[in-house]
Design a protein around this ligand. Structure first.
Ligand code: NAP
Length: 309
């Protein structure tokens, strides 16, 4: 039986792995479908302490994994298919095999929120994407007009990144001011290649019949006027949804699916702890996720120590 299984290899999961590994608990860390988590899709991370020049998101996560492995964490590629938290040990089915464990740290993170348009799902990977750093350099987007949807830090970051490749970038936001941090908002609005489209929502992505993105239909929420914008790519950056569906009805969560800890990082299920974006809709930073990962590891270690007394 394992001492601790950590679900997720983002900042929270890998920090929990580092701490539990250094406590000699030999954690198993399950990657899920996105090893390294959402930060691997970011370009330069400028606000993670200790890197005055910034650090590439993928590199930061690779370093975190190496650091945890150095102390004995075992990172295993795999996705949890089902859980049985009804008794002890806790049981997880991972790609068809069962793992029994004394404790679990849920650090499953969050995924990209979708607009919810039919044309969006039909044109995904055909010009609709959720990650500028992953896809922005593709030839289909070079020297073309591009659209970013959203008004937060992610949307600003994507828009600025895309100015390297696109002819111009429309930033379509449903209100008339950005939610992004001031420094990001100012940089974005000062960029001559970025054209904000305020008070507007995308109602359709064109052109499903051509099987590629050729433009968007936009509705101005103030005037109700509809217009068309030509573009070769749509980058959706409208926030995230927690990856917690698997735990629904078992681990307590709020109406939006964020796991709600009882005390510290303890959940309502004995031996199950939580850390990072799957339980945090307030801070959602790499450094806070890492902090929660550390806290979950310490809580887990104390729980295991009390068990063995
Ligand atoms: P966010 O801050 O939640 O912003 C989401 C944006 O999408 C908001 O502007 C929101 O509009 C808009 N939106 C939400 N649902 C929509 C819908 N259905 N249709 C159209 N627009 C919609 O998400 P985020 O930008 O991904 O940032 C998440 C967290 O990560 C934040 O805490 C952020 O600070 C952090 N982050 C930091 C950095 C950095 O510092 N380098 C980079 C990326 C992210 P409203 O404004 O009207 O609500």
């Amino acid at each position: 039986m394992e001492n601790v299984v950590i679900i997720g290899t983002g900042c929270a999961g890998l920090t929990a792995a580092l701490y539990t590994a250094r406590a000699n608990l030999r954690p198993i860390v399950l990657t899920g479908i996105m090893p390294g988590g959402l930060l691997t899709t970011t370009s330069i991370v400028e606000n993670y302490p200790g890197f005055p020049e910034g650090i590439d998101g993928f590199e930061l996560m690779t370093r975190m994994q190496k650091q945890a492995e150095r102390f004995g964490a075992k990172v295993q590629f795999g996705t949890v298919e089902s859980i049985d938290f009804t008794g002890t040990p806790l049981r997880l089915t991972v790609d068809g095999s069962e793992i029994s464990t004394k404790t679990v740290i849920i650090a499953s993170g969050a995924g990209h929120r979708h607009l919810g348009l039919e044309s969006e799902s039909l044109l995904e990977r055909k010009g609709v994407t959720y990650c500028a750093t992953c896809d922005g350099a593709l030839p289909m987007f070079r020297n073309q007009p591009l659209v970013v949807v959203g008004g937060g830090d992610s949307a600003c970051e994507e828009a600025m990144y895309l100015t390297r490749f696109g002819a111009k970038v429309y930033l379509i936001h449903r209100r008339d001011s950005l939610r992004a941090s001031r420094i990001m908002a100012e940089r974005t609005l000062a960029n001559p290649k970025i054209q904000p489209v305020w008070n507007s929502v995308v109602t359709e992505i064109l052109d499903v019949r051509e099987d590629r993105v050729t433009g968007v239909r936009v509705r101005n929420l103030k005037t109700e006027e509809e217009s068309l914008l030509d573009c070769a790519g749509v980058f959706v950056a409208i926030g995230h949804v927690p990856n917690t569906q698997l735990f629904k009805g078992i681990v307590e969560m709020d109406d939006n699916g964020y796991i709600t800890p009882k005390r510290g990082t303890e959940t309502n299920v004995t031996g199950v702890f939580v850390a990072g974006d799957c339980s945090d809709h307030v801070y959602r930073q790499a450094v806070t996720a890492a902090g929660f990962g550390c806290a979950a590891a310490i809580d887990t270690e104390r729980y295991l120590a009390a068990l063995s007394q």
